[in-house]
Ligand binder design. Sequence first.
Ligand code: F1P
Length: 346
Amino acid sequence: IYDCLRGRLDVENGKITMSGIQQYAEQIVNAGRIIIIACGTSWHAGLVAEYVIEELCRIPVEVEYASEFRYRNPIINKGDVIIAISQSGETADTLVAIEKAKEQGAIILGIVNAVGSSIARLSHAGAYTHSGPEIGVASTKAFTGQLAVLNMVALLLAAHKGTIDRDRYLLLCKELTAIPEKAEAILKLDAEIKAIAEKYKDASNALFLGRGYNFPVALEGALKLKEISYIHAEGYPAAEMKHGPIALVDDQLPVVFVATKDSYHEKVVSNIQEIKARKGKVIAIITEGDTVIPGLADDVIVLPAADEIVAPMLSVIPLQLLSYHVGVAKGYDVDKPRNLAKSVTV
Ligand code: F1P
């Protein structure tokens, strides 16, 4: 995260420098819409960005699986802006989707980790995440890096378009620079998270729930658990629970709530009560100072406070650690999960 922000975010002077994006700022803010295409973890980062860009920039955003976009006959208008997100920069579905959009006159911005990769070369411009090499197959730090870049892109565009007031802009810049220190504090919760993992490692299924900015984090938590511990896990918007998944709840089901303080906090609290009333086991990711959820949940992981817009960069970390410890406790090689490839090139 330090590397991602370094040289780009100058909080003192309220400046964000991202030359690739700046070059197209005018076209992006005037675009009819932004279409984000990606796969896996990168798609989840795109979903967070949809919430952030629509909120701060008031530009319509669609988020598409590249793996479906490429097989549809999507309507792309000249001047639409495509943001392609990829850790490896080599994901075949994303590459083909970009080519398809490019043929129809879209502007392509690549948010990529691997410098000089195919997606970086195919894009008109973009920004590198500078997250360093991902050692394991499953994306982890790439997600935080992608969110750091996407948040800076949103702030830059909002400032350009005039959809954010100066105080909020400066506050969010400060929130971003505070992330690395808060992330380090969360990593110190490792032993606590390991103990929780031990408790639930034999579960056959798990549910991950969140609202708003935390909904994509719930999806990402479920994906990580599937990828590295082979436990069947589903992520849902907390409010969707009543439309089906609640039927799964019994005293054997761990339900992970991404419940950091946000605009919908009371609603999440009532979802937790509904799970407890059905004897589900609740593990909640909460913000320090929360006095309600600790009295309801079976286990809590307490995070430093952060604005809800940047909070996903933090709330994902305990979920990554939880999956890591469950995988290790089950004796799996978490760096090389079975059946998964680092970059899906076919
Ligand atoms: C996308 C992705 C990763 C996942 C695994 C397979 O890769 O789905 O999110 O963890 O490595 O590929 P990328 O396009 O972000 O490189």
